[in-house]
Design a protein around this ligand. Structure first.
Ligand code: TYD
Ligand code: MG
Length: 471
């Protein structure tokens, strides 16, 4: 009789090792390796059985053939549809990840209710909440009348058997994949092998029946919790729902999309009545700006296909600690260190003894290198006490030499700024051919020292006694 073999699986990346170790060799995470029973069915990474049958010949076709664009299930929650690339694709699998409590269940309940109201057959399976809880939330959101079939279940076999009876639904939400379990495996729900096996079965169901499957997955900030990472490879589309706890803004971001542009964002506001769409995020992110303040710069960024203006705030203050603080919200702290190092080495602005705080207003997370110059602008403005003009946007990538590199889609950035009433822009020097056509007054900057000189010169005004410090 075959002995059930034991394997050790990293709960962060899913790598399988024959023995336990404190650190996963493949992803470098600590304390993520857990002992699991190897599956006997061959599902999800277990040893495949060799079947003594000759392979079937498959048909190879040319690349030039005509294939229509996939049809779309448009939910009517416009921000959600746009992030999906124009609506859900029948037969596709989508993963919605995010921290617990960020609003995934709320978003999907709203999207499914909107779809149900349009007459589509939709099912919402909750493995975390009882029917009464889901109903209560639906009632509070004013969605109780929407045609959504609810189920509270975690046994995958029962769920699939239920979905397979009668006409397959147009869309199914599984909330969440970590609570699902398959009888075929002995490991606990939420372990990598359970998550992988149940997700695989659900993806297979989606492909076979043309149903759009939406999987919800919890991810903690440090990636300690098992699962969704291994699911990312199986699904067609991965969306992350993010936002800062204290802020009401929530951002839905596509990090992978086989049917549309990745990096697209949708912006929502969490309120009394659930998530409200924010069709014009720039106006919202800039809405709370308090005029001309030092340490503030408006970055003209691009999120997916959409230009978004956000305020970047910096505060540089004398430190009372031996090791000064570097606190960053909404941006990469490594990138901040780089900008500080370039300011030091190329412009002589030494901030070794100063605390530096950097904040992207509104809870947005920026990944673009194009924000370098805006960050530098906010920092230098805080150091000199001179504010950037309040009707000015700024963008550009900083290289280690201190040179400012041009960035993509300059025209789209400037157009958005113009639309929102900005009059000027600080941007990288470009050749005549690259130069964007715009109605804004442009200040081209070729290196970081140029920005420092600009801010130190009379171009900018001292705001009404609002200096954080004098150097
Ligand atoms: P939820 O959708 O349950 O989060 P997740 O499924 O990602 O764990 O959202 C929970 C949070 O959202 C909770 O803290 C309360 C808040 N919320 C509101 O502020 N307003 C609302 O109308 C709803 C439904 C939730
Ligand atoms: Mg939930």
């Amino acid at each position: 009789m075959a002995r059930a073999s034991r394997t050790f699986v990293c709960q962060s990346c899913g790598a399988v090792t024959p023995r336990w170790a404190g650190r996963c060799e493949s992803c470098g995470e600590w304390n993520t390796i857990v002992e699991e029973q190897a599956e006997s069915s061959g599902v999800g990474g277990g040893p495949l059985k060799v079947v003594g049958k000759k392979g079937r010949q498959i048909e190879l076709v040319s690349m030039a053939g005509e294939t229509a664009d996939p049809p779309r299930l448009v939910t009517g929650v416009t921000e959600f549809d746009r992030v999906c690339g124009g609506g859900l694709v029948p037969g596709s699998a989508l993963l919605v990840g995010g921290d617990p409590g960020i609003g995934k269940s709320t978003l999907l309940l709203q999207a499914m209710a909107a779809l149900g109201r349009k007459g589509a057959d939709v099912v919402y399976i909750s493995g975390e909440e009882a029917i009464a809880q889901v109903r209560m939330r639906a009632r509070r959101l004013g969605l109780a009348d929407a045609a959504v079939q609810l189920g509270a279940e975690t046994n995958l076999k029962d769920i699939i058997a239920t979905l397979e009876t009668g006409k397959a639904p147009a869309a199914v939400v599984i909330d969440s994949i970590q609570t699902m379990w398959s009888e075929a495996l002995e490991s606990a729900p939420g372990t990598v092998s359970q998550v992988r096996a149940t997700a695989q079965d659900l993806v297979r169901f989606a492909k076979r029946h043309g149903t759009a499957i939406i999987l919800v997955g919890h991810v903690t900030k440090d990636g300690q919790i098992a699962g969704p990472r291994v699911v990312e490879h199986m699904v067609d589309c991965v969306l992350y729902f993010e936002g800062e706890r204290g802020h009401q803004f929530r951002i839905l971001r596509a990090v992978k999309n086989r049917f549309g542009p990745a990096n697209e964002i949708g912006v929502f506001e969490m309120g009394e009545l659930g998530l409200q769409e924010v069709p014009n995020p720039s106006a919202l992110f800039l809405g709370e700006r308090d005029g001309e303040t030092n340490g503030s710069a408006v970055f003209a960024g691009i999120e997916g296909t959409r230009p978004v203006l956000v305020e970047i705030q910096a505060l540089v203050a004398q430190s009372s600690l031996g090791t000064p603080r570097r606190a960053v919200v909404g941006w990469d702290s490594g990138r901040l260190s780089m900008v500080l190092a370039v300011l030091d080495a190329r412009c002589g602005l030494t901030l070794g003894g100063q605390d530096v705080y950097l904040n992207v207003a509104g809870g947005l997370r920026i990944n673009e290198p194009a924000a370098d110059l805006a960050v530098a602008g906010a920092l230098v403005s805080s150091i000199t006490g001179n504010a950037l003009p309040s009707d000015c946007v700024i963008f550009g990538e900083i290289s280690l030499s201190g040179a400012i590199r041009p960035v993509s889609q300059m025209e789209a950035r400037l157009k958005e700024a113009e639309k929102l009433g900005f009059k000027r822009a600080i941007l990288p020097t470009s050749t005549a051919r690259q130069r964007p056509s715009t109605g804004l007054a442009l200040t081209e900057i070729s290196d970081l020292a140029g920005l420092v000189a600009y801010l130190a010169a009379g171009e900018t005004r001292r705001p009404r006694e609002r200096r954080s410090n004098d150097l």
